[in-house]
Design a protein around this ligand. Structure first.
Ligand SMILES: C[S@@+](CC[C@H](N)C(=O)[O-])C[C@H]1O[C@@H](n2cnc3c(N)ncnc32)[C@H](O)[C@@H]1O
Length: 228
């Protein structure tokens, strides 16, 4: 679906600057940036407290992170989204609702290590990450080994990834990648909304779209053991 650039994008982004940790890429080459550039955040400066940090990668319009942050004021949330046009809606929502425990990275997930200290994150949410075809695009999937290596660097030992998706093929691929890369999977369900795990579930924008069509939602927790 083609999305029109939001009106007054730049001044509106500017108005939310206090919520934004970083935007764009520090240099045109993502690989070079990931390896060389460091501007690590100090969470106490950022949030004014030492609460645990949870990350959402690909937050879209921010409905999930807004609801989670309201339910869990004892957690600090960082929402990552590559597309400025999309993250703007999320940031404006957090600003308008004056939710104090969310900050944003408008950067590709590939360069998370430029901004977030190693071993500093307790949980990563991957909600309806673009499934992308296995043929030709597998490395761009957000559960491919190169992304799992980034998450492992960021996660504390015993921290976890919580994945939800509408794509069975992407889900099965992800379970395999988690298992092959030092994660232990639990709470696996191929129909989240009919499962015992639905009680605390916060529905995302994409999740509502798919479940309104009667499609099952696949979900799992992948815990980082700290062992390869
Ligand atoms: C299908 S949408 C899901 C949005 C939201 N999580 C939900 O469930 O409603 C996937 C989002 O991930 C973002 N995204 C895709 N690849 C990304 C990457 N490498 N880094 C950061 N964000 C990414 C896209 O721009 C898009 O907004």
């Amino acid at each position: 679906m083609r999305m029109h650039k939001k009106r007054n994008l730049e001044p509106r982004m500017q108005a939310c600057a206090d919520l934004l940790i970083a935007r764009g890429k520090p240099c045109p080459n993502v690989k070079e940036a990931a390896e060389t550039f460091r501007a690590l955040v100090d969470y106490s400066d950022l949030f004014g407290n030492g609460n645990p940090v949870h990350l959402e990668v690909g937050c879209g319009n921010g409905g999930f992170v807004a609801e989670m942050a309201k339910r869990h004021p004892e957690i600090n949330f960082i929402a990552v989204e590559v597309c400025s046009n999309v993250i703007l809606t999320a940031m404006e929502r957090i600003k308008e609702e004056r939710i104090p425990n969310v900050r944003f990275l408008n950067t590709p997930a590939e360069i998370l290590c430029c901004y977030l200290p190693e071993g500093s994150v307790e949980r990563i949410y991957l909600n309806f990450s673009t499934p992308l075809p296995q043929q030709g695009y597998v490395k761009q999937r957000l559960t491919s080994p190169r992304f799992l290596a980034i998450y492992k660097a960021l996660l504390k030992k015993g921290g976890d990834i919580r994945q939800k998706t509408d794509s069975e093929a992407f889900f099965e691929y992800s379970l395999q990648q988690f298992a092959e890369n030092g994660f232990v999977c639990s709470e696996i369900t191929r129909d989240l909304h009919a499962s015992e795990y639905v009680a605390d579930n916060v529905v995302t924008e994409y999740e509502k779209h798919f479940s309104d069509q009667g499609l099952p939602i696949y979900a799992a927790v992948a815990t980082w053991t700290g062992e390869e």
